[in-house]
Design a protein around this ligand. Structure first.
Ligand SMILES: C[S@@+](CC[C@H](N)C(=O)[O-])C[C@H]1O[C@@H](n2cnc3c(N)ncnc32)[C@H](O)[C@@H]1O
Length: 404
């Protein structure tokens, strides 16, 4: 029923992301939640910092002679503070409301979206592929809790060929970041777009032919890499079947040729030396450190000589002061992200070296969000003529990477 054909008779698909649309009231609720998150993460966060600087830190100093020296000490000092307790409870509730605000529209359109995804898997009009592995063991880091409080996490299937968590992620992340992104450069920006164009400008001779995105979820990183490197073949892996089905259907309807497969990044079925660029974003902080080490060793294996790997992650603990570390690590205690703080404590360059990358090729860099700058300003940054803004609400990204 949802199969469409072009005049030529060639199969094409309706856009899977066009189905779930909010009613008037749902849209109002989503706008409210996005703005509430903005207030919590900007105005209230600034006020909380002032409370810390003005009362909490001085009172610790008066008692002990020293300011809290790390994130844990700041957290201990802040936990009894009523402003922090109010802020933390607002933030937790806003996080739940993000997902809650999109559930109804996803539920209403679920049967149609599943049908489109099934059709995509059969006809793949853009020439991509979807390989699922029903026997794959879902890693505990994903299966044991709803990461960042998203109902169903990335893998749960409630009905046959389910895509619900893919749609919830797609719609929910728009609400999550909707109030916070600053756009000076419409249509540009976001992690993958910023990394891809940073690489393109800084290393004009680097032209990857095969690109792999680890923990690709619904494949949002793939189209920005395609626009920066139009000749590259795109691959995305994830452990969650519903997010992959959704991502594959979305890519196919957009005419993006991408190959999605359900695999654990700790042991991939790709051949040695088969990729020129391996990327990820918001991935490693959600898995345990021993898994991170196995995955980086796999990245080294699948990367071809001359290839590059680059990962966007939260700033390492060492790059930040005690207060900002406390602020960032909130997620580890209250947002079902138990590996978050442990990952941030690692030295990313050390992890790459341990995985087999030569020290002189490894590095850590902070880049600006491309949406927050004009094209000229972004190019000036990539050429080393300016600095990226400090890390805060999608203004810049920390990347770690290496070459083989
Ligand atoms: C926060 S999401 C990544 C978001 C995505 N990069 C984006 O920008 O939209 C983390 C993803 O990693 C996947 N994942 C977790 N552990 C994995 C593993 N061992 N192998 C492959 N994928 C994994 C999860 O299922 C989830 O989809």
């Amino acid at each position: 029923m949802y199969r469409e054909e072009k005049a030529s008779g060639e199969a094409c698909l309706p856009a899977i992301d066009g189905f779930a649309q909010p009613t008037h009231d749902e849209a109002a609720r989503q706008g409210y939640v996005a703005q509430m998150r903005k207030v919590i993460m900007t105005d209230m966060a600034q006020e909380m910092r002032a409370v810390y600087d003005g009362t909490v830190e001085p009172s610790v100093k008066a008692k002990t002679g020293d300011a809290p020296g790390d994130a844990i000490a700041v957290r201990k000092a802040m936990e009894p503070n009523s402003f922090y307790r109010f802020w933390s409870s607002m933030r937790f509730n806003a996080q739940e409301m993000v997902w809650g605000s999109v559930l109804d529209e996803v539920e209403r359109e679920l049967p149609k979206m599943i049908e489109v995804a099934e059709q995509a898997a059969k006809v793949s009009p853009a020439g991509g592929t979807l390989r699922l592995n029903p026997d794959l063991a879902i890693p505990k880091a994903v299966s044991s809790l709803d990461i960042h409080l998203m109902p169903g996490c990335f893998h749960t299937e409630f009905v046959k060929n389910d895509i619900a968590v893919g749609a919830i992620y797609a719609r929910g992340t728009q609400v999550f970041s909707g109030g916070l992104r600053k756009t000076k450069n419409p249509g540009k920006g976001g992690v993958a777009d910023s990394i891809a164009h940073y690489l393109r400008i800084k290393y004009p001779n680097f032209k990857p032919k095969r690109i792999l995105d680890l923990g690709c979820t619904i494949g949002s990183n793939l189209s920005p890499f395609q626009s920066a490197f139009p000749d590259a073949e795109l691959f995305g892996i994830d452990v969650g079947a519903p997010v992959l089905r959704y991502g594959h259907a979305r890519a196919e309807s957009r005419g993006i040729t991408a190959h999605f497969s359900q695999q654990n990044a700790e042991s991939m079925d790709f051949e040695d030396c088969s990729f020129d660029l391996v990327v990820s974003s918001f991935f490693f902080h959600e898995i345990a450190v021993p898994s991170t080490k196995k995955i980086l060793a796999e990245v080294h294996r699948v990367l071809a000589p001359g290839g590059v790997t680059i990962h966007m992650e939260l700033p390492p603990t060492k790059a930040m002061g005690p207060y900002y570390n406390f602020f960032l690590d909130w997620d580890a205690y209250h947002n079902h992200e138990p590996h978050y703080a442990a990952f941030r404590k690692q030295d990313p360059v050390g992890l790459l070296e341990e995985a087999g990358f030569a020290s002189e090729t490894c590095g850590l860099v902070r880049i600006p969000d491309r949406g927050g700058l004009t094209d000229d300003e972004f190019a000036a940054f990539a050429h080393g003529e300016s600095e990226a803004p400090q890390h805060s609400n999608f203004s810049s990204y920390y990347l770690f990477g290496a070459g083989k």
